[in-house]
Design a protein around this ligand. Structure first.
Ligand SMILES: Cc1cc2nc3c(=O)[nH]c(=O)nc-3n(C[C@H](O)[C@H](O)[C@H](O)COP(=O)(O)OP(=O)(O)OC[C@H]3O[C@@H](n4cnc5c(N)ncnc54)[C@H](O)[C@@H]3O)c2cc1C
Length: 809
């Protein structure tokens, strides 16, 4: 065994082996994988190993598509069979909402060049004569769907990696990982130590135990999961071809051919946790006792759909463990609090995603960043707050039991909440607030007439649609108070604060006390890793406000630039709260609560002051994400409730009141403002988002060379605002929400990033990216809302206050 290497991958399941393979594929050949037992000894060996290409997330679809394509190439490259069967997959919709979901996926497939299309019942019956299609509203067909052999795939990755120089050591358990002062690691095993630059935790079911060796916790919890295989079915035996798999997700089971019988698996409501106190170290090729009673309801639905299942005997039952995160997506990425420690844990569709995941890990480690925006996979979407065991269990129970449920746009699930609340929470609850979860915090989405109201969910306009409109109009006509405590807030203090901020952010920091600037944070590939408002509050102190959900993600960037001696960078997100008070009467409202003059000449746009507001000391910034006249106010958390009460009382006296974040979303789209994780992401270049003028190339900043490199190239895409045809929107009763493809003359040219109804401009709006040069302002396009064509026109300018007169009033 080597004693020095570039990377040690811990775990020889399908994911560890794919990571090893992709590291070598991208040019790192001096790499080692350590497996405590045989390869595949965790969840991998007993998986049903179904593979699917389509996913609600476009980037995950791309990576699943890559994975399915790679399996065939791997066989050729390595000579090792992956046991790939691709008889296709049938996706069935029993409900209107499932039909909407499938039609939207079909539209996305067309945009991204994937094969997923509707077929009629005759065609479906020809493809799968054993299925009873009664009650099915729509059938989609994915010709590449199927399944693979779990050990075949894992071994193919292993062979491919070895061919390129990687070492694999089986029966070699990692028993310690120790960080060295230079950031490298010593990995201790039962067979000796290895000094490595990077540690990659791909220990599957033992992800928590391996993380603990490095002193970290991960939000993971294993569960049991069952499927069974029937005896030979004569009708299948008589066929000279393989049957397609069946994704009848409304029935909450999966079904495919296995041998000459069928394999049926289920995510049952009455689920079981396993290994709550830790995964036993002596567990390997083991299974749990059968418990088919638990999945009986799901089985009955499968029998209704394929009656022959009810007549076939059961040959084999597999009840094995799998390990989940709170939202069922992988936790992937370098641990922000450690150097050179990478996690890739909690993977459910390992066989649909293994290659995409391995590629993303290898890109991140070797090239410094992934090619796609995969924030939905990034472990930094969870803070340390997510390690709360009760929260993790509640979430895992929910995601397991609803594995095949439709996850609607704007859906907020109740499980595990509330986890983190602010002092004004109870007051807001009493005022009818319906809350959402943002980086663990409860924050008001909208205000209902009655307390305890909950969101209804669906693809069409829901119970919040009208009330949110009332909030928008109230703010634009009078004044609204929006709780923005979930924004990330930082204090940078000390003689070197300006210098440090200038070396991190792309814009030049304000020279004059009281001034603010907007600035991009540039990613490793030159894209937009963040956007922030930076305010100089004193000679040696700056206040930075950025996206709340990106706090741990952006920490990785901040940590790469050393702070000058005596200068501090402190997150104030927990300690401070904030409100956005906006609308034409916002000045009147605030002026009644403070002696500081808020007149335009005394307090112009993009300026800040410390002010006393209703007896509460606040940092007031004259900025507003609503695009309207307004201020952001930041106060100590203990003063939040007092300030809120004063603001709400004052607003009510002016025909205003509380406004939630759904209204904020609509208001900012009316103004054409982008938002992090939707319009701003590392995938987009500054000139594609319209932020190039904020990148000051005459000074140094983080990833400046990459920024210069992309700015020297023509924009690949451009951000546009589309007005969607009112008649079409009325017919479908649905606005765009994000992700919908945009077509022009039948050609896919882009996709929506944020969609909403613009209540105060009376337009259904969609912000999105289109390929550069494919359409111009004034051109007609089609937006595929619910997968159906909706006419749209690209706007020349945002419909609300295009000249910024309200903002600067
Ligand atoms: C019943 C069932 C059906 C499934 N069906 C499907 C399906 O149809 N499609 C699909 O895509 N996915 C399916 N899955 C999920 C799939 O199995 C997982 O996503 C996948 O196997 C995860 O692989 P992994 O490499 O992350 O983890 P694991 O397979 O758990 O591998 C982790 C490896 O790390 C090793 N290890 C742990 N600790 C150490 C240590 N200290 N030192 C060295 N080595 C260590 C372990 O021995 C193990 O081999 C199913 C799972 C189950 C349980």
């Amino acid at each position: 065994m080597k004693t020095h290497t570039q990377a040690v991958v811990i775990g020889g399941g399908v994911i560890g082996c794919s990571i090893l393979y992709h590291l070598t594929k991208l040019g790192w050949n001096d790499v080692v994988l350590l497996e405590r037992d045989e390869l595949t000894s965790g969840s991998t060996w007993h998986a049903a190993a179904n593979i699917h290409g389509l996913h609600d997330s476009a980037n995950i679809s791309r990576l699943q598509h890559y994975t399915m394509t790679l399996y065939n190439q791997l066989e050729e490259e390595t000579g090792q069979s992956c046991g790939v069967f691709q008889p296709g997959s049938l996706y069935l919709a029993q409900t209107e909402n499932r039909e909407h979901q499938l039609r939207l996926q079909a539209a996305k497939a067309k945009l991204y060049g994937m094969n997923f299309h509707e077929i009629n019942r005759d065609e479906a019956e020809r493809l799968h004569p054993l299925v009873n299609f009664d009650g099915i509203r729509c059938i989609m067909y994915e010709p590449d769907g199927g399944n693979v052999d779990p050990s075949g795939v894992t071994n193919a990755y292993a062979v491919g990696a070895r061919q390129k120089g990687a070492e694999i050591h089986r029966f070699t358990a990692v028993i310690g990982t120790e960080q060295q002062p230079d950031g490298s690691w010593i990995v201790r095993t039962n067979k000796g130590d290895i000094h490595t630059q990077w540690v990659i935790n791909a220990a599957g079911l033992w992800g928590r135990e391996v993380a603990a060796l490095a002193g970290i916790e991960l939000p993971l919890q294993p569960t049991e999961h069952q499927y069974f295989v029937t005896e030979t079915i004569a009708e299948i035996d008589a066929l000279d071809r393989r049957l397609p798999s069946v994704a009848d997700r409304d029935g909450e089971y999966y079904l495919r051919q296995e041998g000459k019988g069928l394999l049926i698996g289920a995510y049952e409501r009455d689920m079981r946790f396993w290994a709550e106190e830790g995964t036993p170290l002596d567990f390997a090729h083991d299974l749990f006792p059968d418990d088919l009673e638990r999945i009986e309801e799901n089985m009955m639905r499968a029998i209704d759909r394929v009656p022959l299942v009810g007549e076939a005997g059961i040959k084999r039952v597999i009840n094995g463990p799998m390990i989940w995160t709170p939202d069922s997506n992988v936790v992937l990425g370098p641990v922000p609090e450690l150097k050179n420690y990478f996690c890739c844990n909690g993977i459910i569709p390992g066989f649909s995603q293994s290659a995409g995941m391995g590629l993303m890990v290898a890109q991140w480690i070797i090239e410094g960043e992934m090619q796609y925006d995969m924030f939905g996979w990034d472990m930094a979407r969870f803070g340390l707050w997510a390690n709360d065991k009760k929260f993790v269990k509640a979430k895992v129970e929910d995601v397991y039991a609803h594995r095949f449920a439709i996850h609607y746009p704007n859906e907020e699930r109740a499980a595990g909440r509330p986890l983190r609340t602010r002092p004004a929470y109870e007051m807001q609850k009493g005022m009818g607030a319906v809350f959402g979860l943002n980086y663990g915090w409860e924050h008001p989405l909208w205000f209902a007439d009655q307390p305890e109201t909950v969101d209804t969910n669906g693809f069409t306009r829901q119970n919040w649609w009208e009330p949110v409109g009332r909030e928008c109009r109230m703010l634009r006509d009078h004044v609204g108070v929006i709780d923005i405590s979930n924004f990330a807030k930082y204090q940078v203090k000390g003689a070197g604060a300006e210098e440090w901020l200038n070396s991190v952010f792309a814009n030049t920091m304000p020279k004059v006390v009281g001034r603010s600037c907007l600035t991009p944070l540039i990613g490793v590939r030159g894209g937009i890793a963040g956007d922030a408002t930076v305010t100089r509050v004193s000679e040696d102190e700056f206040w930075v406000v950025s996206s709340g959900m990106a706090e741990r993600y952006q920490k990785r960037f901040y940590d790469t630039v050393e702070l000058p001696e005596g200068t501090t960078f402190t997150s104030m997100t927990d300690a401070m709260c904030g409100f956005n008070v906006a609308g034409p009467k916002s000045r009147d409202l605030l002026q009644r609560l403070t002696n500081t003059s808020l007149a335009t000449e005394d307090f112009p746009f993009m300026r800040s002051k410390m002010i006393d507001l209703a007896g509460v000391n606040c940092l007031a910034l004259r900025v507003s994400f609503t695009g309207d006249l307004g201020w952001e106010l930041h106060c100590k958390a203990e003063d939040q409730a007092r300030l809120y009460e004063a603001l709400i009382d004052g607003a009510k006296a002016l025909e205003g009141g509380p406004v939630g974040s759904r209204a904020l979303m609509s208001l900012r789209v009316e103004k054409g403002y982008g938002s992090w994780s939707r319009e701003y992401s590392p995938e987009y270049w500054p000139h594609e988002v319209g932020l190039e003028r904020l990148c000051k190339m005459q000074k140094d900043f983080l990833n400046k060379a990459a920024c210069a490199d992309v700015l020297a190239q023509p924009a690949r895409e451009q951000l546009v605002l589309v007005h969607v045809n009112e008649d079409d929107v009325s017919m479908s009763n649905s606005d765009a929400t994000g992700g919908e493809p945009i077509f022009k003359d039948g050609e896919g040219i882009g996709r929506v990033t944020s969609g909403t109804y613009g209540y105060t401009v009376g337009m259904s709006l969609a912000l999105g990216y289109i390929k550069a040069g494919t359409a111009l302002p004034g051109d007609d396009v089609e937006v595929m809302i619910l997968g159906k064509s909706h006419r749209g026109i690209i706007l020349h300018e945002p419909p609300f206050d295009p000249k910024g007169e309200r903002l600067r009033a």
